[in-house]
Structure formats: C-alpha cells, structure tokens
Ligand binder design. Structure first.
Ligand SMILES: *Cc1c(COP(=O)(O)O)cnc(C)c1O
Length: 400
C-alpha cells in the first residue's frame, strides 16, 4: 500500500496515462513550487499535528460510521453510512479546504483564490479562509450567482469576495478561467485552491491526501463495529474527491469491492447527464488528462445532473486509472433513483442526504436488496439542507 501512494502519481503527476499537467509554462513554474512546498511541509510533524487538531476541534472529526437499521430492514442486507454530512459545514469538502488553507498559511500566502459552480466549494473555502485569517476571492459565473443565492450570501457573511464572471456561458468553465487569471496576476501572495481531485498536478494528489482521513476513519470504525471489513464500499463521483478519500482507505483490501456512482441525470443524451467515466472518452481538460464527455473537437460537452455538485464533464485522473485496472467499478444512478433515495433515507432514518450523496445511497439500496447477506458502506458526502427548496419547488413531496 505504501508503494501505491509512492507510485501514484509519478513525479510528473500521472496515474497511468491520466492526470499530468497540461498548462502554460508560467503556470507550470508555480505548480512545481506548490508541489515542492507540499512535499516538504505536509510531511512535517508541526503541519500534521496542527491539521489533526483542526480536524478534531474545529471540524468535529472523527465523523461517525452509522448502521442504518431501518433502511437495512426495508431493503435487505446491511447498509452503513460514513457520516461526512456531520463534518462542519455539512460536507466532506472542508477536509481538503482546511488542508489547502493550512498549506497556504505555512507558505506565507495572504489570499485564497478559487472558482465555484453551485457554491459548495466556495463556502468551504471561505470557511477555511476565515479560520486562518486569509483573504478569499471566489469566482462564480453570473448564471450560478443568480441560481445559488444562499451560498453566495454565506460566502459574503464569511468574509469572502465573490467575483461575478460575465463572459461566455457565465457558468463554471468561465469561472475556472477567471480564477486562474486572477491567480496568475499575483502568484507570490495568493494560492489557487481547487475543489476536487481534478486539475493539473499536484491538485489531484493533494486533495486525495487531505480526503484520505475519511477512508482511514471509516475502515477502523467499521472493523470496530463489526469485526470485519465491508463487502462493498460506495461513493458518488463528480470530480471524485469524496470517493477517492473513501476508496483510498480500502485499496489494499483485496476482498472489498469498490463502486463509484456517476449521475445519468435525465437521459443518456448529450447534455442530459454527467457520467464521464461510464460514457466519456480520453481527452484533456482543465490541465489534466481524463475520461471526458467531449464533442468532435475535444471540447467538453454540456453536462447536467439533479445534483449540481456532480455535473462535471471529466473525473479525477486516479479514478480513470482505477477504472482501467478494474480495481474500482463504476456504475450510474439517474435523477429518479436519486430522488427516491433522498426521500427514503429522510423518512426511514431521519437523515436528509445531499442530492449528490443520494446517488450512492440509491446504489446501496439496490445492492442490499440483491445481496441480503452482505454489507455495504456508503460515503454520505453531505447533508441535504442546501437542496430542500430545490427539491420541493421542482418535485414536491413524494411518498416512498
Ligand atoms: C461537491 C460535492 C460532491 C461532488 O464532489 P466530489 O469531488 O466528486 O466528491 C459530492 N457530494 C457533496 C455533498 C458535495 O458537496
């Protein structure tokens, strides 16, 4: 296992043929500086103990692992949840944002810069910036700003500056370009903080390492509770950070099946889903090589999911490699599966899941029904408070 983390990524940031760093030379120089700093600082005793203390006292880690007695009775099998919804700010994203913020502090940076789509990453990063006393600048498309009002307000309350992006389609892709440009204007005093295990090296590695705590905790807790390992471990995959954090705790366990769940949205037509590992082809986007939903010119296709945190046209490079190797299986859940799991978990367990996480819950419910003697551990990546108005306005209250 130690060899796995040593070998992947390699020195150029590749996981097999995926990942790497396809960026302009000025940016490459900055990425190399961040990589070097990460390797020296993140291994220091001081950094490790400070991050540990933050996780315990500020984030509320370890989050529990919970046996869903009612849901298991209803579906069959044994379903367990890793409760990342109980992490401070209500999702797993704070795990890597606090790591990135701490690294920024050690590097003497003054400002954190990032883009955000639905605003979840922006809120988590604004939280980290407030904690570390750093400035925070979040680039967000004007279309998204109009759609995601509560998150925009939260970022502002936390002291972040929200920069509206008015070019192109005014959504995530343009926000990424705008944030990179802002970062390049002042790379000495600022640092770019990505929101998932994507982008050029070293981000997929750093974000995985900061999310690794989820898998380590869950494995130990599951063993403590049951005396054995789960038969299957599952997580939803957008960019892939919550899944990578969870899976990385179990990669050395030959008998544990790992399953990533991608969103098939409304249909399999172009623009109706975001299942890039299941239906994409190899290509380069946002500075790294990945399985991409792309048109004939290699441009990313429009994507959609009921869960805005999952609508990304690529996936983390490590997932691409693990898929090719057969080490992780990738399956799908659509909007209807997601809604059904959203309402079922809410009604029978009293836990309202994020729509993203509900994709993984949906798979677990199917698996449990088909495998009554087996156990499945789900990474419940976040809570659904952010989604309730959207669900009620668009789908209404549903019976289960
Ligand atoms: C952002 C988000 C996701 C998707 O991101 P990954 O990098 O694929 O984990 C999943 N769940 C929640 C709750 C999120 O906020």
């Amino acid at each position: 296992m130690n060899d796995y983390f040593k070998d992947f990524p390699n020195n150029e940031g590749f996981y097999g043929e995926y990942g790497g760093s396809f960026i302009p030379p000025v940016l490459q120089t900055e990425m190399e500086k961040i990589t070097d700093a990460y390797f020296s600082i993140s291994k220091s005793h001081e950094f490790i103990s400070e991050l540990r203390s933050i996780r315990k006292h500020f984030q509320g880690r370890p989050t529990p692992t919970y046996y869903c007695k009612n849901l298991s009775n209803r579906c069959g099998g044994r379903i367990y949840l890793k409760r990342e919804d109980l992490n401070h700010t209500g999702a797993h994203k704070l795990n890597h944002c606090m790591g990135e913020g701490l690294l920024a502090k050690y590097l003497g940076k003054k400002k954190l810069i990032a883009e955000t789509g639905a605003g979840q990453h922006g809120v988590a990063l604004a939280t980290a910036a407030a904690y570390f006393g750093l400035e925070c600048e979040i680039h967000m498309g004007e279309v998204d700003i109009a759609k995601e009002h509560p998150n925009v307000v939260k970022m502002k309350i936390l002291g972040a500056k929200v920069i509206p992006v008015s070019r192109g389609l005014k959504t995530l892709k343009e926000a990424v370009d705008s944030a990179f440009e802002a970062y390049l204007e002042d790379p000495i005093n600022s640092i770019y903080c990505i929101g998932s295990v994507v982008g050029p090296h070293p981000f997929p590695m750093m974000v995985r390492d900061f999310q690794h705590v989820v898998g380590i905790e869950a494995r130990e807790q599951f063993l403590d509770m049951t005396g054995e390992l789960p038969d299957t471990v599952t997580a939803c995959v957008g960019g892939g950070s919550n899944a990578m954090g969870m899976f990385s705790g179990f990669l050395q366990d030959e008998n544990v099946r790992l399953v990533g769940v991608e969103p098939t949205g409304r249909s399999l037509k172009i623009g109706d889903h975001a299942a890039s590992l299941s239906y994409g082809s190899k290509g380069v986007m946002h500075g790294f090589r990945t399985y991409l939903l792309q048109d004939e010119e290699g441009n990313p296709q429009p994507v959609y999911s009921i869960a805005s945190g999952l609508d990304y046209p690529g996936s983390g490079p490590e997932h691409c490699m693990l898929k090719d190797e057969g080490k992780v299986e990738y399956t799908t859940a659509n909007d209807e599966d997601c809604l059904n799991a959203f309402y079922t978990l809410s009604r029978v367990e009293g836990i309202i899941p994020a729509l993203e996480s509900a994709h993984a819950v949906s798979y677990a419910m199917k698996y449990a029904a088909e495998n009554p003697r087996k156990s499945i551990l789900v990474n419940l990546s976040g809570r659904g408070d952010k989604d309730i108005d959207f669900v009620i306005d668009n789908y209404g209250i549903r019976e289960i």
